[in-house]
Design a protein around this ligand. Sequence first.
Ligand code: TMP
Length: 255
Amino acid sequence: MSKKKILYDGKAKTIFEGPTSDTVIQYFKDDATANNAEKHSIINGKGVLNNSISDYLMKKINEIGIPTHYIKKLNMREQLVRKVEIIPVEFVVRNIAAGSIVKRLGLKEGSVFSRPLIEHYLKKDELGDPLINEDHIVNFKWGTRDELDEMLEYGLRINDFLRGLFFGIGLKLVDFKIEFGRYYSEEGNSILLLADEISPDNCRLWDINTNKKMDKDLFRQELGGLKEAYQEVANRLGILPEKKKYSSTKPELVK
Ligand code: TMP
C-alpha cells in the first residue's frame, strides 16, 4: 500500500494524497461490506478486479463526453484521480426491480421498469443513507438546481451507455449507484465530475440467459462466488488478458 498521507479511509477504498494538490490516489481494498458495514469480509483480489473494471468503465464514460475524476491507473490497486469535493448524495439508477426498492415498495424482483428510475440517497452512514428527494437536495444546499439537472442528465446518459455495453457481453444492468464531485479549476470555477468508482460493488449485473447474479448481492445474500463472478465480468469485458475473452456464441464441441 502507498506510504502517502491518508485523506479518507472508506469501506472499500482508501484515498491518499496525490502527487499534486489537485489530485488524489484511490486505493481499492479487498474489504466487502453490507448493511452499513454490519457485515464485513475480506475477499482476496476483489480490489484488484474492481480497480481494473472501474478503470475500463470510467475511461469509456470519459470517451462519450461525460467528465469524470479519472486520470489514470497507477498499478494493480491504485488510480490517480482529480481531487473533488464530493456531493453528499448517492444517485441510484434502476432499470429492473431489485434490492431495497423491492422491499420498500413491495415489488416483484426482476420486474422491468418502463423507463429508468432515479433515486437519491443522502450519504450519511449514521442515518443509514436515507432516501431523499430533489427538494431536500436543493433546500439543504447539498447541490444546486443546475448541478442536480446536470447529474440527472449524466446519470441517464451513463445508464444508456452502460446498459448497451453490458448487454453486448451478455449482462443485464439492473441498477447502479454513482457519485459526483465538484472540481475547482485554477480560476475557481466549479466543474461537476463523475467520481468514486463503477464496479460490481455498486452495480447489479445479471446474466442475460440465466439471471445469475454477478455482483455484490452474492456477498450481501451470502450466495458465495463473488470473486469468480467479478472475474467473469472482467473477462467478458476483455480486460483479463491472460484469460480467453467472452464469446456470446456457444463454444464448438471438441471432437
Ligand atoms: P439498493 O437496492 O440497496 O438501494 O442499491 C441500489 C444500487 O446501489 C445497487 O446497485 C447497489 C448500489 N449501492 C451502493 O453502491 N452503495 C450503497 O451504499 C447502497 C445502499 C447501494
